[in-house]
Design a protein around this ligand. Sequence first.
Ligand code: PAF
Length: 296
Amino acid sequence: MERCSTILDIRRFVSGQKRAGKTVAFVPTMGALHAGHRSCIDIARKAGDCLVVSIFVNPTQFGPNEDVDSYPRVIDEDLARCREWGCDAVFSPSVPEMYPESQTVWVEPGRAAEPLCGRTREGHFRGVTTVVGKLFSVVEPDVAVFGQKDAQQATVIREMVRQLNLPVRLLVSPIVREEDGLAFSSRNRRLTRDERRRAVALHHALGHGLEILSGGEINPRKICEAVIKRLNDDGVDRVEYVELLRVPDLTGIERVEGKVLLAAAVHVGSVRLIDNRVVQITADGHVSEAPLFDVD
Ligand code: PAF
């Protein structure tokens, strides 16, 4: 496995692969790799001949009062995992390598960035689209894989790729959960034992929302209120949002029908956690889990 810390080195690696006729699959990450990343990596390995993973905690997607400094950084552990999981190259640049000067040119995200985290984390998606734009321009992947846990992020990137005509095929990996149902997240490492015990409430509350939906409730406000109540009863420290939106455009809905995203963000101790479920409701009211978006 190749480890590249500079843009020049990863460009050399990728162009060598392309000259040899190989397609490049890419998984961008911020490190602290877990089973959710592994699932993206497994999908990427099958989707391309050569697999590149980036590990970069991107400062521009964190707000001034967010956790960029406490975000877990375990590069040696991550490199060992990438080797074990069959990656061909890891791109792990420094902040000055990615941002050699103060950034004045940004990739402005589209409409999908407006609800959910876009409302509560100002500037977050502009940081994401800008860094993913930079990474795509450096790695030039044929295919890139994102996790469904960050469903809004995947949707924002999809809108960017389509509207900027970027030659990248996007794939989404399903959410991978720990044994009790908590979605894998790099931030789970920061939960204390008590917080970890309470964090599973997020999974249970979303499941409760889907039960109500399956029982025939079509009013999105009533479903979201029931989820919020369950989250508060089960002891999360703060509910940031719970929303039901239409998939794939993430617009608001008056009644639940078609394909929808039930998404939530909560705080447990000092840790912010997100999770979601995507479901399809048929005309006769049958509810089943569905992929976030069909492959383009
Ligand atoms: O999902 C993440 O880990 C990050 O938002 C990403 C896509 C690597 C951009 O920094």
